[in-house]
Write a protein that binds this ligand. Structure first.
Ligand SMILES: [Zn+2]
Length: 117
C-alpha cells in the first residue's frame, strides 16, 4: 500500500518571520523541500522505528544537492551533513582566494617595478 507522504511529514515553520522562505540549513533562498527522512527511505524508517524527524524542511538548491545522498532521518543530523559540506567547500574557496591574492600581489609588484624603470 502506498502512503501519502504529505500526511506523515509535518511542515516546519521558522521562529522568526524574516526567516520565512529561507533555507533552514544555510539561510539562502529556499527553492526546494528537504524531507527528513528522505521519502525513498520512509518505509524503512517506519518499519524499523529508527528515530526520524518526519519533517518537510525549506531548503535551497545547493543544500538540497548536498543532502541528496544522505539518508539521515533527523533534522539535526542533516544539518551536520550540510555544515560539513559547506566547511569543505569554503575551505576550497578560501584556498582559491588566497592563490588569487598572491597573483594580485605579484601583479602589483610588477607594476611597481615597471614604474621604477
Ligand atoms: Zn541552503
Amino acid at each position: 500500500m502506498k502512503r501519502d507522504h504529505e500526511e506523515i511529514y509535518s511542515q516546519i515553520h521558522p521562529f522568526h518571520l524574516e526567516d520565512v522562505g529561507n533555507c533552514y540549513y544555510c539561510g539562502c533562498e529556499a527553492e526546494e523541500v528537504d524531507y527528513a527522512p528522505p521519502v525513498k527511505y520512509l518505509q524503512f524508517f517506519i518499519e524499523t522505528g529508527e528515530s526520524a524527524s518526519y519533517c518537510m524542511i525549506p531548503c535551497c538548491i545547493e543544500c538540497h544537492q548536498f543532502l541528496s545522498v544522505s539518508r539521515e532521518g533527523l533534522i539535526e543530523n542533516r544539518k551536520k551533513v550540510v555544515d560539513q559540506k559547506i566547511r569543505k567547500k569554503y575551505k576550497k574557496a578560501l584556498s582559491i582566494y588566497e592563490r588569487w591574492s598572491d597573483d594580485e600581489i605579484r601583479g602589483l609588484s610588477d607594476d611597481l617595478s615597471n614604474l621604477n624603470q
